[in-house]
Design a protein around this ligand. Structure first.
Ligand code: F6P
Length: 357
Protein backbone atom coordinates (compact mmCIF):
# COMPACT_ATOMS: atom_id res chain seq x y z
CA UNK A 1 0.00 0.00 0.00
CA UNK A 2 1.27 3.47 -0.97
CA UNK A 3 -0.18 6.65 0.47
CA UNK A 4 0.55 9.50 -1.90
CA UNK A 5 -0.05 13.19 -1.35
CA UNK A 6 -0.32 15.42 -4.40
CA UNK A 7 -0.44 19.15 -4.98
CA UNK A 8 -0.14 21.68 -7.79
CA UNK A 9 1.46 25.00 -6.86
CA UNK A 10 2.19 28.35 -8.50
CA UNK A 11 0.70 29.69 -11.72
CA UNK A 12 -1.20 26.93 -13.48
CA UNK A 13 -0.53 25.69 -16.99
CA UNK A 14 -1.83 23.14 -19.43
CA UNK A 15 -1.28 19.40 -18.79
CA UNK A 16 -1.16 19.52 -14.98
CA UNK A 17 -4.09 17.10 -14.98
CA UNK A 18 -2.48 14.92 -17.64
CA UNK A 19 0.68 14.66 -15.49
CA UNK A 20 -1.24 13.70 -12.32
CA UNK A 21 -3.27 11.20 -14.31
CA UNK A 22 0.03 9.71 -15.55
CA UNK A 23 1.27 9.18 -11.99
CA UNK A 24 -1.98 7.59 -10.80
CA UNK A 25 -2.44 5.37 -13.87
CA UNK A 26 1.11 4.07 -13.57
CA UNK A 27 0.62 3.24 -9.88
CA UNK A 28 -2.83 1.74 -10.38
CA UNK A 29 -1.70 -0.41 -13.31
CA UNK A 30 1.17 -1.79 -11.27
CA UNK A 31 -1.34 -3.54 -9.05
CA UNK A 32 -0.07 -1.67 -5.99
CA UNK A 33 -2.83 -0.58 -3.63
CA UNK A 34 -2.87 3.22 -3.43
CA UNK A 35 -4.46 6.01 -1.46
CA UNK A 36 -4.29 9.48 -3.01
CA UNK A 37 -4.56 12.62 -0.90
CA UNK A 38 -5.12 15.63 -3.14
CA UNK A 39 -4.14 18.82 -1.30
CA UNK A 40 -6.13 21.81 -2.48
CA UNK A 41 -4.75 25.11 -3.76
CA UNK A 42 -1.07 24.29 -3.65
CA UNK A 43 1.04 24.32 -0.49
CA UNK A 44 -1.83 26.07 1.26
CA UNK A 45 -3.67 22.72 1.29
CA UNK A 46 -0.71 20.94 2.84
CA UNK A 47 -0.18 23.70 5.42
CA UNK A 48 -3.81 23.78 6.57
CA UNK A 49 -4.59 20.09 6.05
CA UNK A 50 -7.10 20.86 3.34
CA UNK A 51 -7.29 17.75 1.15
CA UNK A 52 -9.63 15.43 -0.70
CA UNK A 53 -9.24 11.68 -0.88
CA UNK A 54 -9.15 10.79 -4.55
CA UNK A 55 -9.64 7.50 -6.35
CA UNK A 56 -8.42 6.28 -9.72
CA UNK A 57 -11.76 7.36 -11.21
CA UNK A 58 -11.01 11.02 -10.34
CA UNK A 59 -8.15 10.89 -12.80
CA UNK A 60 -10.25 9.52 -15.65
CA UNK A 61 -11.34 11.90 -18.40
CA UNK A 62 -8.89 14.64 -17.41
CA UNK A 63 -6.13 14.07 -19.97
CA UNK A 64 -7.39 16.91 -22.13
CA UNK A 65 -8.64 19.16 -19.35
CA UNK A 66 -6.83 22.47 -18.75
CA UNK A 67 -6.18 23.96 -15.30
CA UNK A 68 -5.77 21.66 -12.32
CA UNK A 69 -8.40 19.56 -10.57
CA UNK A 70 -6.63 20.37 -7.28
CA UNK A 71 -6.56 24.14 -7.66
CA UNK A 72 -3.36 26.14 -7.25
CA UNK A 73 -2.02 29.18 -5.46
CA UNK A 74 1.23 31.01 -4.99
CA UNK A 75 2.88 30.46 -1.59
CA UNK A 76 6.11 32.49 -1.86
CA UNK A 77 9.25 30.65 -0.78
CA UNK A 78 10.64 33.96 0.52
CA UNK A 79 8.16 33.91 3.41
CA UNK A 80 7.65 30.18 3.82
CA UNK A 81 9.61 30.15 7.08
CA UNK A 82 7.69 33.12 8.50
CA UNK A 83 4.72 32.25 10.70
CA UNK A 84 1.28 32.90 9.17
CA UNK A 85 -1.07 35.63 10.50
CA UNK A 86 -2.08 33.31 13.38
CA UNK A 87 1.48 32.44 14.32
CA UNK A 88 1.42 29.02 12.63
CA UNK A 89 4.82 27.62 11.58
CA UNK A 90 4.01 26.73 7.97
CA UNK A 91 6.90 24.34 7.37
CA UNK A 92 6.17 22.49 10.58
CA UNK A 93 2.46 22.36 9.72
CA UNK A 94 3.24 20.74 6.35
CA UNK A 95 5.41 18.13 8.07
CA UNK A 96 2.77 17.43 10.70
CA UNK A 97 0.09 16.86 8.05
CA UNK A 98 2.39 14.59 6.08
CA UNK A 99 3.16 12.45 9.14
CA UNK A 100 -0.40 12.50 10.46
CA UNK A 101 -1.65 11.00 7.19
CA UNK A 102 1.28 8.55 7.15
CA UNK A 103 2.16 9.51 3.61
CA UNK A 104 4.83 7.60 1.73
CA UNK A 105 5.58 10.62 -0.41
CA UNK A 106 4.36 13.92 -1.83
CA UNK A 107 4.12 14.45 -5.58
CA UNK A 108 4.51 18.17 -6.20
CA UNK A 109 3.87 19.81 -9.55
CA UNK A 110 5.28 23.26 -10.01
CA UNK A 111 7.80 25.73 -11.34
CA UNK A 112 10.72 27.59 -9.81
CA UNK A 113 9.26 28.84 -6.53
CA UNK A 114 7.51 25.52 -5.97
CA UNK A 115 10.80 23.65 -6.36
CA UNK A 116 12.51 25.73 -3.68
CA UNK A 117 9.84 24.77 -1.17
CA UNK A 118 9.82 21.15 -2.40
CA UNK A 119 13.55 20.97 -1.81
CA UNK A 120 13.14 22.48 1.65
CA UNK A 121 10.61 19.77 2.50
CA UNK A 122 13.07 17.16 1.24
CA UNK A 123 15.76 18.65 3.50
CA UNK A 124 13.25 18.42 6.33
CA UNK A 125 13.04 14.67 5.73
CA UNK A 126 9.91 14.25 3.59
CA UNK A 127 9.87 11.97 0.55
CA UNK A 128 9.33 14.22 -2.44
CA UNK A 129 8.94 13.71 -6.19
CA UNK A 130 8.35 16.73 -8.39
CA UNK A 131 7.14 17.32 -11.93
CA UNK A 132 8.24 20.37 -13.96
CA UNK A 133 5.35 22.58 -14.97
CA UNK A 134 5.47 26.07 -16.38
CA UNK A 135 4.73 27.85 -19.62
CA UNK A 136 8.01 29.75 -19.06
CA UNK A 137 10.29 26.69 -19.59
CA UNK A 138 12.73 28.24 -17.13
CA UNK A 139 13.30 25.29 -14.79
CA UNK A 140 16.86 24.16 -14.36
CA UNK A 141 17.63 20.49 -14.99
CA UNK A 142 15.09 19.86 -17.73
CA UNK A 143 15.22 20.82 -21.39
CA UNK A 144 11.45 21.19 -21.39
CA UNK A 145 8.61 21.80 -18.99
CA UNK A 146 5.03 20.79 -19.68
CA UNK A 147 2.70 23.66 -20.50
CA UNK A 148 5.40 25.33 -22.54
CA UNK A 149 4.46 23.86 -25.92
CA UNK A 150 0.76 24.57 -25.40
CA UNK A 151 1.58 28.19 -24.56
CA UNK A 152 3.81 28.45 -27.65
CA UNK A 153 0.83 27.30 -29.73
CA UNK A 154 -1.49 29.93 -28.22
CA UNK A 155 0.99 32.79 -28.49
CA UNK A 156 1.72 31.71 -32.07
CA UNK A 157 -2.01 31.70 -32.91
CA UNK A 158 -2.15 35.23 -31.58
CA UNK A 159 0.74 36.37 -33.79
CA UNK A 160 -0.87 34.56 -36.76
CA UNK A 161 -4.08 36.52 -36.21
CA UNK A 162 -2.16 39.75 -35.96
CA UNK A 163 -0.44 38.89 -39.25
CA UNK A 164 -3.67 38.91 -41.23
CA UNK A 165 -4.83 42.24 -39.86
CA UNK A 166 -1.30 43.66 -40.11
CA UNK A 167 -1.21 42.88 -43.80
CA UNK A 168 -4.31 45.04 -44.31
CA UNK A 169 -2.88 48.06 -42.48
CA UNK A 170 0.49 49.75 -42.72
CA UNK A 171 1.21 49.60 -39.01
CA UNK A 172 3.60 48.26 -36.44
CA UNK A 173 2.14 45.56 -34.22
CA UNK A 174 3.48 44.32 -30.90
CA UNK A 175 2.41 41.04 -29.33
CA UNK A 176 3.48 40.83 -25.70
CA UNK A 177 4.29 37.26 -24.69
CA UNK A 178 4.51 35.84 -21.15
CA UNK A 179 7.58 34.02 -19.85
CA UNK A 180 8.46 35.94 -16.69
CA UNK A 181 12.24 36.64 -16.72
CA UNK A 182 13.14 34.41 -19.67
CA UNK A 183 12.59 34.48 -23.41
CA UNK A 184 11.91 30.84 -24.36
CA UNK A 185 8.21 31.38 -25.01
CA UNK A 186 8.64 34.64 -26.91
CA UNK A 187 11.46 33.32 -29.08
CA UNK A 188 9.62 30.13 -30.02
CA UNK A 189 6.25 31.80 -30.62
CA UNK A 190 7.97 34.69 -32.40
CA UNK A 191 9.80 32.38 -34.77
CA UNK A 192 6.72 30.21 -35.32
CA UNK A 193 4.58 33.26 -36.03
CA UNK A 194 7.13 34.91 -38.32
CA UNK A 195 7.75 37.95 -36.11
CA UNK A 196 10.21 40.41 -37.61
CA UNK A 197 11.64 41.62 -34.31
CA UNK A 198 11.89 39.57 -31.10
CA UNK A 199 12.77 41.22 -27.80
CA UNK A 200 13.70 38.92 -24.91
CA UNK A 201 15.09 39.54 -21.40
CA UNK A 202 18.37 37.75 -22.11
CA UNK A 203 19.26 40.17 -24.96
CA UNK A 204 18.67 43.75 -23.90
CA UNK A 205 17.44 45.92 -26.75
CA UNK A 206 18.55 49.23 -28.17
CA UNK A 207 15.49 51.16 -29.31
CA UNK A 208 17.51 52.75 -32.15
CA UNK A 209 18.27 49.28 -33.51
CA UNK A 210 14.60 48.33 -33.22
CA UNK A 211 13.60 51.44 -35.14
CA UNK A 212 16.33 50.76 -37.76
CA UNK A 213 14.89 47.28 -38.32
CA UNK A 214 11.41 48.76 -38.82
CA UNK A 215 12.74 51.39 -41.24
CA UNK A 216 14.67 48.79 -43.23
CA UNK A 217 11.47 46.80 -43.69
CA UNK A 218 9.68 49.94 -44.78
CA UNK A 219 12.41 50.69 -47.32
CA UNK A 220 11.99 47.18 -48.73
CA UNK A 221 8.33 47.98 -49.33
CA UNK A 222 6.95 45.96 -46.41
CA UNK A 223 3.77 47.55 -45.15
CA UNK A 224 3.90 46.26 -41.60
CA UNK A 225 6.24 45.00 -38.89
CA UNK A 226 5.42 42.55 -36.13
CA UNK A 227 7.32 42.50 -32.86
CA UNK A 228 7.10 39.66 -30.34
CA UNK A 229 8.07 41.28 -27.05
CA UNK A 230 8.65 39.26 -23.90
CA UNK A 231 6.93 40.64 -20.82
CA UNK A 232 10.42 40.72 -19.23
CA UNK A 233 12.17 42.46 -22.16
CA UNK A 234 14.56 45.16 -21.05
CA UNK A 235 16.30 48.05 -22.81
CA UNK A 236 20.05 48.48 -22.78
CA UNK A 237 19.70 51.63 -20.64
CA UNK A 238 17.55 49.82 -18.08
CA UNK A 239 19.85 46.80 -18.03
CA UNK A 240 22.61 49.15 -16.81
CA UNK A 241 20.56 50.28 -13.79
CA UNK A 242 21.15 48.75 -10.40
CA UNK A 243 18.33 46.61 -8.99
CA UNK A 244 17.36 49.51 -6.72
CA UNK A 245 17.35 52.07 -9.54
CA UNK A 246 15.29 49.77 -11.77
CA UNK A 247 12.77 49.17 -8.99
CA UNK A 248 12.48 52.94 -8.56
CA UNK A 249 11.87 53.38 -12.29
CA UNK A 250 9.05 50.81 -12.15
CA UNK A 251 7.44 52.60 -9.20
CA UNK A 252 6.85 55.65 -11.40
CA UNK A 253 6.24 53.68 -14.58
CA UNK A 254 3.49 55.20 -16.68
CA UNK A 255 2.93 52.18 -18.94
CA UNK A 256 0.86 49.07 -18.17
CA UNK A 257 3.80 46.92 -19.35
CA UNK A 258 7.04 47.04 -21.33
CA UNK A 259 5.32 46.64 -24.74
CA UNK A 260 3.51 49.94 -24.30
CA UNK A 261 6.81 51.69 -23.61
CA UNK A 262 8.36 50.12 -26.72
CA UNK A 263 5.25 51.13 -28.70
CA UNK A 264 5.39 54.70 -27.45
CA UNK A 265 9.06 55.08 -28.30
CA UNK A 266 8.61 53.58 -31.77
CA UNK A 267 5.70 55.85 -32.61
CA UNK A 268 7.59 58.92 -31.35
CA UNK A 269 10.68 58.00 -33.37
CA UNK A 270 8.96 56.91 -36.60
CA UNK A 271 5.62 58.66 -36.56
CA UNK A 272 4.05 55.27 -37.33
CA UNK A 273 0.92 53.89 -35.73
CA UNK A 274 1.73 51.11 -33.26
CA UNK A 275 -0.79 48.66 -31.79
CA UNK A 276 -0.19 46.40 -28.78
CA UNK A 277 -1.88 43.03 -28.17
CA UNK A 278 -1.43 41.21 -24.86
CA UNK A 279 -2.77 37.63 -24.91
CA UNK A 280 -1.88 37.39 -21.20
CA UNK A 281 -3.32 34.46 -19.28
CA UNK A 282 -4.91 32.91 -22.36
CA UNK A 283 -1.39 31.52 -22.86
CA UNK A 284 -1.89 29.33 -19.78
CA UNK A 285 -5.46 28.41 -20.60
CA UNK A 286 -7.42 25.79 -22.49
CA UNK A 287 -6.58 22.19 -23.32
CA UNK A 288 -3.01 20.98 -23.42
CA UNK A 289 -1.72 20.45 -26.96
CA UNK A 290 -1.07 16.83 -28.00
CA UNK A 291 2.67 17.21 -27.39
CA UNK A 292 2.07 18.27 -23.79
CA UNK A 293 -0.45 15.48 -23.22
CA UNK A 294 2.13 12.88 -24.24
CA UNK A 295 5.01 14.63 -22.49
CA UNK A 296 3.20 15.15 -19.19
CA UNK A 297 1.90 11.56 -19.28
CA UNK A 298 5.46 10.28 -19.73
CA UNK A 299 6.76 12.40 -16.85
CA UNK A 300 3.86 11.27 -14.66
CA UNK A 301 4.44 7.65 -15.54
CA UNK A 302 8.13 7.91 -14.60
CA UNK A 303 7.18 9.58 -11.32
CA UNK A 304 4.89 6.61 -10.63
CA UNK A 305 7.75 4.23 -11.35
CA UNK A 306 10.09 6.09 -8.97
CA UNK A 307 7.44 5.91 -6.25
CA UNK A 308 7.09 2.15 -6.77
CA UNK A 309 10.88 1.82 -6.47
CA UNK A 310 10.92 4.06 -3.39
CA UNK A 311 13.28 6.53 -5.08
CA UNK A 312 12.62 9.99 -3.72
CA UNK A 313 14.18 13.45 -3.80
CA UNK A 314 14.01 13.88 -7.58
CA UNK A 315 12.37 16.02 -10.20
CA UNK A 316 11.39 14.00 -13.25
CA UNK A 317 12.78 15.96 -16.18
CA UNK A 318 13.75 15.68 -19.82
CA UNK A 319 17.31 15.77 -21.09
CA UNK A 320 18.58 15.01 -24.58
CA UNK A 321 15.23 13.50 -25.55
CA UNK A 322 15.15 11.13 -22.58
CA UNK A 323 13.02 11.21 -19.44
CA UNK A 324 15.45 11.51 -16.54
CA UNK A 325 15.48 11.98 -12.76
CA UNK A 326 17.29 15.06 -11.49
CA UNK A 327 18.23 15.53 -7.81
CA UNK A 328 16.02 18.22 -6.31
CA UNK A 329 18.95 20.01 -4.72
CA UNK A 330 20.37 20.58 -8.23
CA UNK A 331 17.13 22.12 -9.46
CA UNK A 332 16.04 24.38 -6.62
CA UNK A 333 16.90 28.06 -6.84
CA UNK A 334 18.31 28.05 -10.38
CA UNK A 335 16.84 29.70 -13.43
CA UNK A 336 17.29 28.25 -16.93
CA UNK A 337 17.88 31.32 -19.08
CA UNK A 338 18.17 31.33 -22.84
CA UNK A 339 21.77 31.95 -23.84
CA UNK A 340 22.23 34.79 -26.37
CA UNK A 341 24.81 32.45 -27.96
CA UNK A 342 22.32 29.57 -28.29
CA UNK A 343 22.13 28.19 -31.81
CA UNK A 344 18.40 28.97 -32.02
CA UNK A 345 19.20 32.66 -31.50
CA UNK A 346 21.89 32.57 -34.18
CA UNK A 347 19.54 30.75 -36.55
CA UNK A 348 16.81 33.30 -35.91
CA UNK A 349 19.29 36.10 -36.69
CA UNK A 350 20.25 34.32 -39.92
CA UNK A 351 16.59 34.37 -40.87
CA UNK A 352 16.72 38.15 -40.63
CA UNK A 353 14.98 38.46 -37.26
CA UNK A 354 16.21 41.45 -35.27
CA UNK A 355 16.73 41.17 -31.52
CA UNK A 356 17.31 44.92 -31.25
CA UNK A 357 20.92 44.31 -30.18
O1 F6P B 1 5.09 31.57 -14.43
C1 F6P B 1 4.00 31.54 -15.28
C2 F6P B 1 3.47 32.91 -15.54
O2 F6P B 1 2.36 32.82 -16.40
C3 F6P B 1 4.50 33.90 -16.11
O3 F6P B 1 4.70 33.73 -17.48
C4 F6P B 1 3.88 35.21 -15.72
O4 F6P B 1 4.86 36.20 -15.58
C5 F6P B 1 3.25 34.90 -14.39
O5 F6P B 1 3.04 33.51 -14.33
C6 F6P B 1 1.93 35.59 -14.16
O6 F6P B 1 1.56 35.33 -12.85
P1 F6P B 1 0.13 35.56 -12.25
O7 F6P B 1 -0.78 34.50 -12.82
O8 F6P B 1 0.33 35.40 -10.78
O9 F6P B 1 -0.31 36.92 -12.68
Amino acid sequence: MKRIGMLTSGGDCQALNAAMRGVVKCLANSGEEIEIYGFLDGYRGLIYGNFRMLGEHDFSGILTKGGTILGSSRTPFKTIKDPDENGLDKVDAMKQNYYKLQLDCMVILGGNGTHKTANLLREEGLNIITLPKTIDNDLWGTDMTFGFQSAVDIATDCIDCIHTTASSHGRVFIVEVMGHKVGWLTLNAGMAGGADIILIPEISYDIDKVVDAIKQRHEKGKRFTILAVAEGAISKEDAKLSKKEYKKKLENYKYPSVSYEVADRISQMTGQEVRVTVPGHTQRGGSPCPYDRVFASRLGSEAGRLILEGEYGFMVGYKNREIVKVPLEDVAGKLKMLSPEASIVQEAKSLGISFGD
